[in-house]
Ligand binder design. Structure first.
Ligand code: HAM
Length: 423
């Protein structure tokens, strides 16, 4: 009996239209990040589990409950990457690309998180990430934000996204803030939802992310992170806001943004939209000045972001992305004629780069012509017995009524070059 195997929950099949939309988004991003001098790197999909547990943070949701980890045949614990920053920093450090250097990198590919699937949230999803290593001023934070805004423009979604900014300060200011927050929330323990109560001891700042209305209400009276910033971080944040204002990039400060990964300090940000329902964050990032050092490298101030392609595709779908469409359809009647059709199509693709579909199978001419018409092609080549003996090909222009000519085979390429404007 045949077995029925379905795609794994949370893993999407990308059909041609959807895949074309992904390609469209990636092409726009590739073009723009290239203009800013970012260079693409390829990261392994699998890394040592400890890379993430140490760098993303033991008590983050990602590490606590979302990683796809497994032991390989040697018993080594490996993980399908849930994000790219940790791997990128490992790559840069391991290949000696950090010391005394500024590096601008980007990467693209699938990430894996065992989350509850819903629209815009999948267990395998695509990210494009951008990371700049070795610069500590607010100017580079501004550069990547301006660059992301250019990407939204290229995708035609700039009116649907807004930028939310915050600063987490340095380790000590964050610790002071954590203490104040825990102090405040301790008085309301019985009113906290279950998740938040658990986080109160493990990762209290993540409570700020809670979507539970009663917790949100409690938080409206809580101390605010920006009031606890150390002086340098304050100056950095003011510097960034000033540059953004001069560059005319609109933002709002959202003191609740803490991000779900432990490695951030100072600037953090999210681009959000209200067009996608609850999964409205299309891009998130910030500074992670301590990460390189945590991997044993020399300290290197760094900043970056990652955007979720699946969410961006939902926003651009149906608007701009197009699949490659058939331009020329070749029909033939008879075995020898079918071979001729294949050989001719090869030549046309090679010499003219025209997207050419050869009819497969031996249906009647009428049925083949129906398919040719339905394919959307501009023209059909018809090869029958007469054509084979006379050394001519019949060309029918499918989009202009009754237009059909016999062309000598030696002149066919030149003729098609004109019809398809491939001068
Ligand atoms: P993140 O906020 O965890 O950051 O993910 C970045 C983006 O990936 C999100 O804003 C969202 O668009 C998309 N995303 C995340 N999870 C899912 C999911 N389950 N399904 C669909 N899309 C998703 C990071 O990953 C950091 N590495 C970003 C970064 C780079 N920070 C500094 N450099």
């Amino acid at each position: 009996m045949a077995i029925k195997v379905k795609a794994v929950r949370g893993m999407q099949d990308l059909l041609p239209e959807k895949k074309a939309a992904f390609r469209f988004v990636e092409d726009q991003v590739r073009n723009i990040v290239g203009q800013y001098g970012y260079r693409e790197v390829g990261l392994p999909v699998i890394e040592s589990t400890q890379l993430f547990s140490r760098l993303v943070g033991e008590s983050t949701d990602i590490v606590e409950k979302e990683m796809y980890s497994f032991a390989d045949r040697n018993g080594e614990s490996l993980t399908l990457r849930p994000e790219g920053t940790a791997g990128l920093v490992r790559l840069a450090n391991e290949n000696g690309l950090i010391f005394n250097q500024v590096q601008r990198f980007w990467y693209a590919g699938p990430m894996f998180r065992y989350e509850r699937p819903q629209k815009g949230r999948y267990r395998q999803f695509e990210q494009i990430g951008v990371e700049c290593l070795g610069m500590e001023g607010p100017d580079i934070d501004a550069e990547i934000l301006l660059m992301s805004a250019r990407i939204w423009e290229a995708l035609g979604i700039e009116k649907d996204v807004t930028l939310e900014l915050n600063s987490l300060g340095d380790v000590s200011s964050r610790q002071r803030y954590k203490d104040a927050l825990v102090n405040y929330l301790n008085d309301y323990k019985s009113d906290l939802d279950e998740d938040s109560l658990r986080r109160l001891s493990s990762n209290p700042m993540r409570i700020l992310d809670s979507k539970v209305p009663a917790t949100q209400q409690l938080l409206s009276g809580a101390p605010e992170l920006l009031d606890f910033l150390d002086e340098d971080s304050q100056r950095h944040f003011q510097g960034l806001c000033e540059i953004l204002e001069q560059a005319g990039l609109q933002y709002c400060v959202n003191p609740r943004i803490v991000r779900g990964l432990d490695y951030y300090n100072r600037t953090v940000f999210e681009w959000v939209t209200d067009t996608l329902g609850s999964q409205g964050t299309v891009c998130g990032g910030g500074r992670y000045d301590g990460l390189v050092e945590q991997l044993g490298g020399k300290s290197s101030a760094s900043v970056g972001f990652a955007m979720g392609l699946d969410r961006l595709v939902l926003m651009v779908e149906g608007s701009r992305a197009k699949t490659d469409s058939v331009e020329l359809y070749v029909v033939s009647i008879g075995d020898q004629e079918r071979i001729k059709a294949l050989v001719l199509a090869e030549r046309i693709r090679k010499e003219l780069g025209i997207t050419t579909l050869v009819h497969s199978g031996s249906s009647k001419l009428k049925a083949q012509m129906k398919k040719a018409d339905a394919s959307g092609a501009k023209a059909a080549l018809i090869i029958g017995e007469q054509e084979l003996t006379s050394g001519e090909i019949t060309v029918r222009l499918l989009r202009s009524e009754g237009s059909q000519e016999r062309i000598k085979e030696v002149q066919l390429v030149a003729y098609l070059r004109k019809v398809f404007d491939r001068e």
